[in-house]
Design a protein around this ligand. Sequence first.
Ligand SMILES: Nc1ncnc2c1ncn2[C@@H]1O[C@H](COP(=O)(O)OP(=O)(O)OP(=O)(O)O)[C@@H](O)[C@H]1O
Length: 303
Amino acid sequence: MIKLNDLKISYRIGNRVIEAVNGVTLTIPDGSIVGIAGESGCGKSTLMKAIYGDIQSPMSLSGGSIEYGMKGADGLPVTTQTIRREWFKSISYIPQSSMNSLNPVIRIRDQFTDFPGTDSNKKRVLERARAYIGKLGLPAEAMESYPHQLSGGMRQRVMIALATFFQPELIIADEPTTALDVVVQKEILLLLMEVQELMGNTILVVSHDMGVHYQVTHKMLIMYAGRVVEYGDTESVFADPQHPYTKMLIDSLPTIGDDSMRGVLASMAGAGGDRAYRVEPELIEVKPGHFMARPSQSVGAAA
Ligand SMILES: Nc1ncnc2c1ncn2[C@@H]1O[C@H](COP(=O)(O)OP(=O)(O)OP(=O)(O)O)[C@@H](O)[C@H]1O
């Protein structure tokens, strides 16, 4: 269980201090997938880096604390000061555009054996790694490849394989599917879910995509301007959002049968009322090669 107690993280740029995370208090239960959403610049990545223990200038922990609820190799509780020793072993980080973070001049096999803290018996590591990447849907040949020889989705799978190789208790994934096409996005998210089911680790996933959060997470944390404005079980947050900002984020998701565009569509159809337009708009060519679904007035509709 991770506990954040009035956590404050700031950046100092000259005389200016930006409170990027401004007093966050919450508890993250073990074995849950927690989604973090909020607009650009609200502090999601800063919070993730702080939990990962990657706090370096100009970033600083300006208040509060993080309790990790895990013990290190020395048997002592892990703290902000000692968390770095747990990197790759108990806690791993899948950064934004991580598929481009693989060292381009090192074969995938060597990325596994050169891993910090890995077993010194390379043969044993490679055997394990081969079996493991197979489980994550990668062909054995991928081990012999350089990163550029793999597709974006495969590189992201390799990143996930590297990040989960030591079965860490906590995985932080900062926008793990950005820059992937939607089909691969779905595969990667399913993979993360499978890994979590298999290993029972806690996963924190940052994403701008509320659909992703709905599909994948157990709990949702909504951030706004450095603060948490809502936190709860995903089902409850989506079914009954409490904070106006959460409502806005959820309302921005189009749903089948969505009626919110009714008035606009009706006026586009020149219907003069908000009911008189055809439910299935026709796709018409507005400019050569450029089509739009223009609503048209329905037969017998009142003007
Ligand atoms: N290295 C840095 N130096 C100074 N300010 C920073 C730095 N990194 C982030 N910030 C500032 O901290 C605030 C929070 O940024 P952060 O990257 O955590 O937001 P975010 O929610 O992850 O945004 P995005 O969704 O765009 O990744 C922003 O105001 C940002 O400008």
